[in-house]
Design a protein around this ligand. Structure first.
Ligand code: ACO
Length: 353
């Protein structure tokens, strides 16, 4: 049976930065609280749509793999902040890339969407349904955020990352994963007003209430990611000492540290970038993986463990056996367009609405 090697990777971060001090100009909060409770210092605010961000990440991943848009058989777009529900967002990325041979699907498991997309595409390559795939984890949360609610507004940022997958006879790519969901507790992380259930003449589109039970989410996130990692290690016959790098979903630095203690992980092996981007939901783990590769933390043959957690309450843990290449085959001169507004100016405009 073929494996699905990861041969291309790319990220797209909006240029506009929103710092903790910026948040303190319109919310009753401060840098000290946000840093000590979450580990976050700043996040990015997008000046383009989530499909455009995803397109930039995909174009980079294709160049990295030395492929063209014609080579792509499948696009799986993981997110929970799609520009529109029909037509789907993957078809927009297909059009922007000119990837006319690609089947296109959207996948929503909230913050784990990028990782579940990796599972879906890996399985379709390994079973021979498709011969290659681009998978995306991308979110543009800022236009949907309630910027008057300090409980949630400080936690999130926008971003995107993509991976290119192709068949390989050697054992590589995702070797084992564990997926699951605590559906009985799904209401502790809900975004009211976002979907057909909330059709109500008194409600306007994007009239959204972020109903998050932070401390309960914290506990379930630690529980779900611990469970996922232990299951993945057991299935693969490995221990934590065999793992070269852990690239966790970055929702809160304290969640990551608690997970590290539960799994008895060496902190040097845990990749952290939450201070730069906050929680980018579906984009988080994939952006972290791309940065870990760029920083030389992933080496040929590295065993990389990626635990993630999100709304649903979905959880996952992927074990990746990295292939023999950690640098791109080529580069493309493409970036997210410059923003004529600062992060704070974009939010001030959203607050006016
Ligand atoms: N600035 C200042 N004070 C704040 C802020 C803020 N932004 N937000 C809350 N507070 C206050 C609260 O009102 C409370 O005040 P009180 O004691 O007077 O009542 C106090 O700070 C403590 O609030 P807690 O909710 O107890 O703070 P906690 O230490 O639990 O941290 C946090 C809150 C950061 C949300 C944490 O619970 C968390 O990270 N939870 C999980 C993360 C999460 O929900 N992520 C969303 C996506 S899910 C995912 O990606 C996995």
């Amino acid at each position: 049976m073929n494996y699905a090697n990861i041969t291309g990777w790319g990220k797209a971060l909006p240029p506009a930065v929103l710092t903790n001090d910026d948040l303190a100009t319109f919310l009753d909060t401060d840098d000290q609280w946000i840093t000590s409770r979450t580990g976050m210092k700043e996040r990015r605010i997008s000046n383009v749509s989530v499909s455009e961000l995803a397109y930039v990440a995909c174009a980079k991943a294709l160049a990295c793999a030395g492929k063209t848009a014609d080579d792509v058989d499948l696009i799986v777009f993981g997110s929970c902040t799609f520009d529109e529900l029909c037509p789907n967002a993957a078809s927009n990325v297909q059009r922007l890339l000119g990837a006319t041979n690609a089947a296109c699907m959207d996948l929503n498991t909230a913050c784990t969407s990028g990782m579940y997309s990796l599972t879906a595409a890996t399985a379709m390559i390994r079973s021979g349904v498709v011969n290659s795939a681009l998978i995306i984890g991308a979110e543009v949360i800022s236009p949907l955020m309630d910027w008057t609610n300090r409980d949630v507004a400080v936690l999130f940022g926008d971003g995107a990352a993509a991976l290119y997958l192709e068949p390989d006879e050697n054992e590589t790519g995702v070797i084992t994963e564990s997926l699951g969901c605590f559906g009985e507790s799904r209401e502790i992380l809900s975004i009211e007003g976002w979907g057909a259930k909330y059709r109500d003449p008194k409600r306007t589109l994007c009239d959204i209430n972020w109903d998050f039970h932070g401390q309960d989410i914290f506990k379930r996130a630690v529980e779900g990611m611990t469970k996922g990692c232990l299951s993945t290690l057991e299935k693969s016959g490995l221990t934590n000492e065999d793992i070269d790098l852990v690239v966790p979903h970055q929702a809160n630095l304290r969640i990551i540290k608690t997970l590290g203690k539960r799994l008895n992980l060496d902190s040097d092996k845990v990749f952290i970038n939450i201070h730069k981007y906050g929680n980018m939901s579906a984009a988080t783990a994939l952006v972290a993986l791309v940065e870990a590769i760029e920083e030389g933390r992933v080496k040929p043959g590295s065993k990389v463990l990626i635990p993630a957690f999100g709304g649903g309450l979905t959880w996952s843990s992927h074990l990746i056996l990295w292939g023999d290449r950690c640098t791109g085959l080529s580069e493309i001169d493409i970036e997210v367009p410059a923003s004529d507004k600062t992060g704070l100016e974009i939010i001030q405009q959203l607050l006016k609405h």
